[in-house]
Write a protein that binds this ligand. Structure first.
Ligand SMILES: Cc1cc2nc3c(=O)[nH]c(=O)nc-3n(C[C@H](O)[C@H](O)[C@H](O)COP(=O)(O)OP(=O)(O)OC[C@H]3O[C@@H](n4cnc5c(N)ncnc54)[C@H](O)[C@@H]3O)c2cc1C
Length: 433
């Protein structure tokens, strides 16, 4: 019996939407299914969309897609309970098309992408929470929802971080994600008049500002940070914390985001802003949290479901990798359709494409940073050490200034860090970077 579709894509996020567009453009009979009542209602990102991956399927996408602001400045910072130390990166080229990055609200972008796919001939069906993949032995032959099967020779699994379609299957034999490699992201959106945003963040027109803070503001041992991004008439604010580091510390997610919002460096920027949205989601753990394989007989896995997210306190990138991997999966599915061969051997082209486009190389490289990222001193001792050192260098007490060596010793004492830890961490950071 003939299959219902050439390709089924599960999840209309940043991986699934672009995959469906590429497939429809390539003449495939594609079904894009989404569990949300409308596409975009379940999506959540910080979200700064870096790069120009969408140009491969939608030239000049940034002029048509409902993006918020293009980034002209990025602030990186360290927070302690009562102080902040930051620096800004600003480049004039960031203010020129096609732009280096945009702030986005996923409810708008994802529904726009799904609409594009539909206009190009894809069948887009929201309100379909797929129960499971239709496994026939080791082969996937479409999906099952509410007891009904829909078949296709190839299925692209793009159902996001906590990929229920993969867990406990040959894609991810483990029953759940590991708390050691998974983070929790919480985000709030605040409405604020665009003219206030422009004044407060020193931007004009469609320009945008983003900031990421490594947090020494959380309870001891809790590792994570916060972000604040400007949209057209809203601000996106949130935190990302290691799940493992929350265990046994009496730390509750809602209290952590309150701490971030109430920090003096953040609170004054929220003045007069009204909370309009709230959401939380898991962030998968990159290379360490990757599935057992990225493809098999009749299936490929893309985006967050494949663990393609990198977050390290000073940046989080996942949407760019979702788009790129979604397009590569679509290209592979088109080649498999042309050859009439959906076998694992044919779909192995997906891995070669992930390699050629640099996705796998990036994630292998980022894995080297895990030792730095999961060093608890990065989140507690070093923000205190750095702020203490700078404060004492600048302070005027009326007595003679102290030598640099004495200031370093004093900052080290105030932060409670041993010289041996400083040296060891310095060597590790230099080595891992
Ligand atoms: C707080 C936070 C901040 C972030 N900030 C940034 C940022 O600034 N920049 C950046 O690049 N990345 C950021 N990320 C990461 C980024 O959001 C993800 O990498 C990206 O959304 C991955 O896209 P995706 O399509 O793979 O998954 P998703 O966007 O999660 O999409 C998956 C889709 O599948 C649907 N789905 C799930 N299960 C089923 C099912 N059974 N049946 C049908 N549909 C299903 C979901 O409803 C959803 O629409 C952030 C993440 C978080 C949590």
């Amino acid at each position: 019996m003939a299959d219902d579709f050439d390709v089924i894509v599960v999840g209309a996020g940043m991986a699934g939407g672009p995959a469906a567009i590429r497939l429809a453009k390539g003449g495939a009979n594609v079904l894009l299914v989404e569990r949300g009542a409308e596409v975009g209602t379940k999506s959540l990102s910080g979200g700064i969309l870096w790069g120009n991956d969408l140009a491969r399927i939608l030239p000049n996408w940034w002029r048509e897609m409902p993006v918020e602001r293009h980034l002209v400045r990025k602030r990186f910072g360290l927070l302690t309970a009562d102080s902040a130390l930051s620096f800004d990166l600003q480049e004039s080229s960031w203010n020129q098309e096609p732009y280096v990055a945009h702030s986005v609200l996923r409810s708008r972008t994802d529904s726009w992408l799904a609409k594009k796919a539909e206009e190009l001939g894809a069948t887009v069906v929201p309100s379909v929470p797929v129960d499971r993949l239709n496994w026939e032995g080791t082969k996937v032959h479409g999906i099952i929802q509410g007891g009904e099967k829909m078949t296709a020779p190839v299925t692209i699994v793009a159902d996001g971080a906590n990929s229920r379609l993969s867990l406990g299957t040959p894609i991810r034999p483990e029953a759940r994600l590991s708390p050691e490699t998974t983070e929790l992201g919480i985000k709030e959106v605040f409405r604020l008049d665009p003219s206030v945003i422009e004044d407060r963040f020193h931007v004009t027109g469609n320009e945008g500002h983003s900031e990421e803070w490594v947090g020494g503001l959380f309870p001891p041992g809790v590792m994570g940070g916060g972000f604040l991004y400007t949209n057209r008439d809203t601000l996106s604010l949130g935190i990302i914390v290691s799940i493992q580091s929350l265990y046994g510390r009496n730390a509750y997610a809602h209290e952590l985001i309150e701490r971030f919002k109430l920090h003096p460096a953040i609170a004054n920027r929220l003045k007069g802003a009204e909370l309009v949205e709230y959401g939380a989601r898991l962030v998968p753990g990159g290379w360490a949290g990757r599935p057992a394989a990225f493809h098999g007989d009749g299936w490929m896995v893309a985006g967050d479901a494949a663990g393609f997210v990198f977050s390290n306190g000073i940046m989080i990138q996942g949407m760019n990798y979702a788009i790129r991997s979604g397009i590569e999966a679509a290209e592979t599915a088109l080649a498999s359709k042309a050859a009439g061969d959906p076998s694992a051997a044919k779909l192995a082209e997906y891995d070669r494409r992930l390699e050629a486009t640099g996705i796998l190389a990036d994630f292998r490289d980022f894995a080297r940073l895990d030792r730095v990222k999961w060093n608890p001193r990065i989140y507690s001792v070093y923000p205190r050490f750095a702020t203490e050192l700078l404060r004492s260098m600048m302070a005027e007490s009326g007595s003679p200034k102290r030598s640099a060596r004495k200031l370093l010793r004093a900052a080290q004492k105030a932060a409670g860090v041993k010289i041996t830890s400083l040296v060891r961490d310095g060597v590790e950071i230099a080595w891992d970077l």
